[in-house]
Structures are given as C-alpha cells and as structure tokens.
Write a protein that binds this ligand. Structure first.
Ligand SMILES: [Zn+2]
Length: 334
C-alpha cells in the first residue's frame, strides 16, 4: 500500500504542468533590459550584452565581441537593440550566433522605431567620419522615448508570445502610469486623468497652456529639471534627447562631428564661444573618460567644472530610478 501511494505520488508529480518556458530576451544596452523587465515581468529571462556600473557604462558604439555573446545570442527568442546604427557591431554578433530567428529579422526589434529623430545630417554618409548618419540614436535619455520604446517591446512580446498578451498589456500600462507620475507629478496626473493626453501635451509643447488654464501645479521630473538652469558643453551627442525633453541648453560638443575629435581651429572657436557666453559646465557620458585629456584642457581654459555621468541603468535598476538619479546629479552639479 505504501509502495502504491508512493507510485501515485510520483505519477502526480510527473503529470504536473511543466514550468512555463520563459522568453529569452537579449538586449544590447542595460536600459533596454530594464524596460523589457517592466513589460515582460515573470515571462521573460533577460540578458544585456553591455553592462553599466555606477562609475561607468560600456560604450555602445565600439563594444568588442565577447565570448559570452555567442551563447547568449544563439539561444535568444528576442533580440532588442536601439537601432539607428548605434550598435554597428550587432549584425556581426547576430551572424556569429547563427540564430535563424534573428538572422531572418523575425525576432529582432529596433526599440527606437517610431521615435522622433534629432540631428539628422543633411547628407546621409559616413564620409566625413560622422558615426551617426541616420541621426542621433541616443534616444533613451528622453522619458517620452522610453515610453515609446517600452510600447515597442510590449508589441513585440505579444507578437512572439500571444498567450500572455493580457499580462504584457497590463504590465505596460502599469509602467506607463508610474512613468507618467514620475514625469508630471501626482496633482497633474490626477487632474488630467489621462496619461496619453499628458504625453501628447508635453510632446506638442502645450503643457504650460494646460497648466495655466486649469490652475494646476507641475511637479515630478519636469518641475525638478527646471533647477538645471545652466547651459553646458558636452563631448558627444549623448544628452540631446534629455535636453529636448527637459528644455536644457547644450551650447556645444567637444567632438567636431559625431565620432570625430576636434581640430585645433574647432577647439579654439569652442573655447572662445564658451568664454564669451560664460559657460562653466562640462557634462560628459562616463564612457568618454578616456578622452579626459581634451575634456580637462577645455574645462581649464573656460575656468569651469566637468562631470562624468553614467548614462545607462546599473544591474536591476528601474528606468525611473535611473532617470531620477541622473536628474538629481545634474541638479547637484549646478
Ligand atoms: Zn553616439
């Protein structure tokens, strides 16, 4: 009898439903993994090819293939990149993985799809050394863009895993509401009672009109960012979308073109401009620490201060915490 019970017990175990297979998502940047975590929740297993720490993020333009890439990418059910020629190394990694779903493009997502493009060159060519011939790909420092990226991820997850459509939609809506609260503050979100409406007003530069008409106060990131009341110089075009969303003023880039270090003439003109306009702040993405010689030279010449900032999520960091920290750092730097 005992033996029979044990047999029954064992057979019950074997009949139990197997644990649901998770969707293996590989992203290029940690921020994409963070957004995919918000939307995918328990149904996804995430890996990011690049890493970031508090002090440093890896440079997405020039990352070298690592031995771990091949095994991760070959098993991926979904590969998410920013796109717009940011990750020029990604096609080689995909090819080396021999993953048919990625080679065919069926499970490959360009997260920046449908997002406004800044700094589109008048001639689409790399002839002059410009690393961004399709315009600026550094979209993720814009919360508006992060929302759109998470929506693109949600749509792609539904496409490849229709069974969990409801969960992906619900997770996306939860994230959207959290992001809306962080961006606009509770009072405005309650008054408008429509998250999409607020983002549309913001993107159409009509938010101030709405605020004065309804006598409601702005708080959240948009209000905090008003404290970043200084103009700054940067190295590469990493902060353009942040500046666009939060009305910050970038006076000049130390690079002469994206990916091209400055000539002597360009450097002198930049210093003169900064001196005339009394610019004292130099804000640089942490992966340009290697350019510290030229950055220090310019900073000293303008009698200013420089700061290196990590422009990606550290492991397990939410996009909301990442953006809150980034804005707090810039406020403190004033
Ligand atoms: Zn770039």
């Amino acid at each position: 009898m005992k033996y029979l019970s044990l047999l029954l017990l064992l057979s019950n175990f074997s009949l139990a439903a197997p644990a649901a297979k998770k969707i293996k998502v590989v992203t290029t940047l940690p921020v994409l993994a963070s957004l995919a975590r918000e939307v995918g929740g328990q149904h996804v297993e995430l890996s990011s090819l690049l890493t970031a720490s508090i002090d440093k993020a890896e440079d997405p333009h020039v990352i070298k293939d690592k031995p771990t890439f091949k095994s991760l990418v070959s098993k991926a059910d979904l590969f998410i990149q920013v796109g717009r020629s940011l990750e020029l190394w990604a096609p080689l990694v995909i090819k080396a993985s021999a993953n048919p779903k990625l080679i065919s493009g069926e499970a490959l997502l360009n997260a920046s799809s449908g997002i406004l493009t800044l700094e589109v060159p008048t001639t689409l060519s790399r002839a002059h050394g410009d690393v961004h011939p399709q315009g600026n790909p550094h979209v993720w420092l814009s919360p508006s863009a992060a929302l759109k990226m998470s929506e693109n991820i949600k749509n792609m997850l539904i496409k490849i895993d229709i069974l969990h459509k409801k969960d992906y939609e619900s997770n996306f809506n939860t994230f959207k509401h959290k992001l809306t609260l962080a961006m606009f503050g509770a009072e405005l979100v309650k008054k408008a009672n429509n998250d999409d409406f607020l983002w549309r007003q913001h993107e159409g530069k009509k938010l101030n009109e709405y605020l004065s008409k309804h006598k409601v106060k702005l708080s959240g990131w948009l209000s905090d960012a008003a404290q970043i009341n200084y103009s700054f110089i940067t190295y590469h075009t990493v902060f353009s979308y942040l500046a666009h969303d939060f009305n910050l003023k970038i006076v000049a880039h130390i690079e002469e073109k994206s990916g091209v270090p400055p000539s002597a003439a360009y450097k002198n003109a930049l210093i003169k401009k900064a001196q005339t306009e009394q610019i004292k702040h130099v804000v640089v993405a942490s992966y340009y620490r290697g350019m510290n010689k030229i950055i220090d030279y310019i900073t000293t010449k303008i009698n200013g201060r420089s700061i290196f900032i990590t422009v990606d999520c550290v492991p397990q960091q939410s996009y909301i915490d990442f953006m809150s920290n980034l804005l707090a750092t810039l406020i403190k730097f004033k």
